[in-house]
Each structure stands twice: as C-alpha cells, then as structure tokens.
Design a protein around this ligand. Structure first.
Ligand code: OOG
Ligand code: NI
Length: 271
C-alpha cells in the first residue's frame, strides 16, 4: 500500500473522532507553522491475531524496523517502537498491546470471544489499523466491566483499531521554543492538558519532554444506550540531543505510562 495514502487515511480516521487535533493543527498553521509528526501510536491486544507483530506489518513493508521495547507492569502493557530505516522525516510508530495472560481470566476470555466474532480475514488485511472497531456494537455493561479492570481494554473495546494519537514534533515548530510555551498556548485556547505525572513528562536529562491534551469524547451507541466515551488525543514532543549530538529517537517508559492516561474517563471528570 502507498505509504502516503496510508498515513493520510490514518489521519482522516483519527481527526473524524478527534476534532481537537485538527483544531490545534490549524492554530499552529495560522501562526505560519508547518506541523510535522514525531510519532503515531496504536493500541491492541497481544492475541496472536491482532498483536504488535500483526499491526506492525504494513509499516515493515514501508521500510520501518523495530527499535525500542517498553514494559508497563501495572497497566499490563508491552510496547515497541519502530523507525523508518532511511527516511528520517517519517513519523516513528509506537505500538502497545494489553498482555492478556496477565489480566483476569474473565477479561481475557471476554476479549477472546469478541475477537472470535470477527471473520479472521479482517485481521489479515494490511490495513487493519484503518478499520476501527471491527467487532459488533459494544455492550455498555461489558464496557463498564472492562473499565473497572483496565481503562486500556475498555478504550480498545469501543474504539478498535485506529491511531490513538498523532504527536506534534515541537522541535520543528518555528513559533515556539519550548514545550511549556506550547502548553501555555493550548491552555489559552481552551484545551485541557493531561496533568497526570505533571503537565510535562520527562526532561532534558531523559532527552524527551512530552505533553498531551485530554482525549475528545464522542457519542458511542452501545446496545443499551448512547454514551459519551473518550476517543483519541493529540500529543506534543520535544527531543534533546544526546552526547553524540544526534536527537534522541526513543521513548521513556515512565512518561509513556502517564501519557496513556490521556484517554482516561476519570481525568475528564476532574479537569
Ligand atoms: C500510548 C502512550 C505512550 C508516548 O509517546 O510515550 C505514548 C497510548 O496512549 O496508546 O504515546
Ligand atoms: Ni505518544
């Protein structure tokens, strides 16, 4: 598949449920900036039908290779990041998966049953990540049960396969010198930041600073009723040069752990 088309579709599917991302991008562009993506993140389950290996396939075809790996013990997640072998401007890809053997048996088997409903050819398609929720209409009672154990599982159940966030490469913005300037601007424009672990995650000695706005919420039609549920969010990343002078290209697990919470329904209530 043509990579330009693939990324355009990912962005379109994402902004269709994340209007804030489109708004922020336009605000930067109105300042005369061009917005480049630092990375794009995807979520999934580690079931062999849909795991990181499956979701990374189209990117490997496009010339990406696996780089770092990350463990999130409390959230029961594992993640890998991918970089393009030759195109330094290509966004990095961050893919996480829920470790089903570590969640409760009830959650594990519910997720398996949800995947069992789907025609297996759907999972084999190169463009799985463009397909959104490929299983049947969600059940609110099931969503609530998932939510009680894993916010990530509940989010996946409703949203399915998509880009969970795009990330603005703050180094390439000309109108802002620091991430905190970006954050102040976003707040002035009325956006709510994810403050879990502080507004800015990371620092110069970790070579990476990140912030994000809270996920948008969209009406989701469940079997029983329609409810507003978090969709996706927009992230902002500033990278520092390492001792060798090249920019750090990896991720920081402790920061990522807090960035995940940008889709948390609880943060929506308290902010
Ligand atoms: C991924 C959260 C981690 C980062 O840049 O560290 C992350 C997610 O919310 O799926 O994006
Ligand atoms: Ni991210």
């Amino acid at each position: 598949m043509d990579s330009k088309y693939f990324f355009e579709q990912l962005w379109q599917n994402y902004t269709a449920i994340t209007p804030s991302a489109e708004k922020v991008k336009t605000l930067f562009e109105n300042k005369g900036d061009t917005v480049f993506n630092d990375h794009i993140a995807l979520r999934t389950f580690n079931d062999p039908r849909v795991n990181i290996e499956v979701l990374s396939r189209p990117f490997l075809t496009m010339g990406y290779e696996a780089k770092g790996e990350y463990h999130f013990k409390a959230k029961k997640l594992y993640a890998k990041h991918f970089e393009h072998k030759t195109d330094a401007n290509a966004p990095k890809i961050f893919i996480s998966e829920l470790l089903l053997e570590e969640v409760s048996l009830a959650l594990h088997s519910s997720i398996q049953k949800i995947l069992d409903q789907v025609n297996p050819t759907v999972f084999e398609a190169e463009d799985l990540v463009l397909k959104g929720r490929v299983w049947e209409k969600p059940v609110y009672a099931v969503y609530e049960k998932f939510l009680a154990e894993s916010e990530y599982a509940a989010w996946m159940y409703v949203n399915g396969f998509c880009s969970n966030h795009f990330t603005v490469d703050v180094n390439k913005l000309k109108s802002f010198d620091t991430l905190s300037e970006v954050n102040e601007f976003l707040k002035l424009c009325g956006f709510k930041m994810n403050t879990s672990g502080g507004e800015i995650k990371g620092n110069s000695s970790l070579y990476l600073e990140q912030s994000s706005i809270l996920a948008d919420t969209i009406d989701v039609a469940f079997e029983e009723k329609t409810r507003k549920i978090t969709s996706c969010y927009y992230e902002f990343a500033f990278r520092y040069a390492k001792e060798d002078g090249s920019l750090f290209t990896g991720f920081v697990a402790n920061s990522a752990d807090k960035i995940f919470e940008s889709t948390d329904m609880e943060l929506q209530k308290t902010s």
